[in-house]
Design a protein around this ligand. Structure first.
Ligand SMILES: *Cc1c(COP(=O)(O)O)cnc(C)c1O
Length: 430
């Protein structure tokens, strides 16, 4: 398959670069989206939200059509759109009734917004460690992180695979906690037949331009709970001026925002959602090809799919056994990049290592909320609190971005060939 050139010397060591090819940028938009957007523009109604208790409190025709379509696709009672999933996460934390000083357990192996949504309500993120196989929250570490102040778990279905929802639900029930699922990277992934994101009290998906399906920016929250859905819609749209006329009696966190998504985005979202199955299948096909092509490379672990789960491969998450290989991850990463492998990352963040947490400085300059009386105990963000996430970040993780390009079979073959070339030359790399 991989035609070995005469000169097999690694590019990083002065040999010829194996992949001399430009990978086309991923673009899931087609004539359907163009037509849908055009119709909205021609209608003259780019948004129809009103921030008061009125039929238009729920948004215009495309917002509502898209939400109903999401409800039927994901099999949930309520879908609520947002102008980003970051906004959706903020609204979700508010909707479940988190109070200042409450603790919410969250993964450090995620995008920053999973944790800042918690801080937004002056609540305290507590980082629990992740599983080595799925990179999602480790239920054992979650249970160990529970304190008197814990009120919720923010589970992240990272890279395209669901967290262990049965185990998390068991813990949540035992300790009376709510669960929010940040399923930004796993739309369409299944957990025991259900869609990832729908097993939490509130879950949801991102529609930003580098996710499986997108509207440029946007997000969708899903829930089966009527009250949470109401509160999500209120926080989305100027809650404080709506509550009186709507007859809302629970005023906690009824601080509104403008988190509303536009008509153009929703019209395009309707078309995008129709393509989600196809997008997911194409990534699964690429991943299967990679699985087969990379099988047997010593010390390289390809993504694990747990029983009763499906993976939608936002990122093809690998880890390397650096001890067995005797080469550090940075060196392997550099060698693969030098051969022309695209979209190869050496890590997700370790959120707890960000300056905001290390210095405990968020609101203002005096350490609020950690230094405030609302924070009932010293929460540690010290290096060492999440050993698995830290080890992966510092030494072992390699992630290939399947969602960022539209890979053709020949291109996947090139990528496999580059890995195989590097692995043939491990001795020279040491
Ligand atoms: C993309 C992403 C978000 C944020 O979504 P936006 O729509 O960009 O605001 C949150 N969490 C995770 C895990 C993500 O990948």
């Amino acid at each position: 398959m991989s035609k070995q050139s005469e000169n097999d010397t690694l590019a990083i060591l002065g040999g010829p670069k194996l992949i001399n090819h430009t990978f086309g940028r991923y673009n899931p938009l087609g004539p359907e989206e163009v037509e849908a957007a055009k119709k909205v523009v021609e209608s003259g109604v780019l948004s129809q939200f009103l921030g008061c208790w009125d039929p238009d409190f729920f948004g215009g025709p495309k917002v509502q059509e898209f939400e109903r379509q999401c409800e039927s696709y994901f099999g949930v009672k309520h879908a609520v759109t947002f102008n980003s999933w970051t906004s959706g996460l903020v609204a979700a934390v508010g909707a479940i009734g988190i109070e200042p000083g409450d603790e919410v357990i969250v993964s450090p192996w995620t995008m920053a917004a999973s944790a800042t949504a918690i801080l937004h309500w002056n609540a305290i993120p507590v980082f629990a460690d992740i599983e080595t196989e799925t990179f999602c929250l480790d239920p054992v570490s979650v249970e160990r992180s529970i304190s008197e102040q814990t009120r919720a778990i923010m589970s992240v279905d990272i890279a395209g695979h669901s967290a262990d929802m049965d185990a998390l639900r068991k813990i949540a029930d035992k300790h009376k906690l709510r669960i929010i699922s940040d399923t930004a990277q796993a739309p369409g992934a299944r957990y025991k037949g259900k869609f990832a994101g729908t097993l939490a009290d509130i879950g949801g998906y991102s529609l930003n331009y580098h996710k499986h399906v997108h509207t440029g920016e946007g997000g969708i929250a899903v829930t089966d709970d009527d009250d949470f859905a109401d509160r999500l819609r209120l926080i989305r749209n100027h809650a404080e001026v709506v509550v009186e006329d709507k007859g809302v009696t629970n005023l906690s966190n009824m601080i509104g925002h403008n988190f509303r998504l536009g008509e153009i985005e929703c019209a395009m979202g309707i078309e995008q959602l129709k393509k989600l199955d196809r997008m997911v299948k194409s990534r699964q096909r690429i991943a299967q090809k990679l699985d087969a092509g990379l099988a047997g490379l010593r010390g390289l672990r390809t993504p694990v799919v747990k029983p009763d789960c499906t993976h939608v491969y936002y990122v093809y998450s690998m880890s390397v056994d650096v001890v067995a290989l005797g080469i550090n991850r940075q060196r392997l990463h550099q060698a693969l990049l030098a051969e022309g492998v695209p979209a190869l990352g050496a890590s997700y963040q370790n959120l707890h290592m960000l300056p905001m947490y290390q210095k405990k400085m968020a609101y203002g300059s005096k350490g609020f909320p950690w230094t405030s009386e609302i924070c009932k105990r010293e929460v540690s963000y010290a290096k060492g609190i999440c050993p698995v996430a830290e080890r992966l970040h510092e030494a072992e993780f390699l992630g290939f971005g399947i969602c960022s390009h539209e890979y053709k079979d020949e291109e996947v073959d090139m990528i496999i060939a580059a890995f195989r070339k590097v692995w043939r030359n491990l001795e020279a790399l040491r």
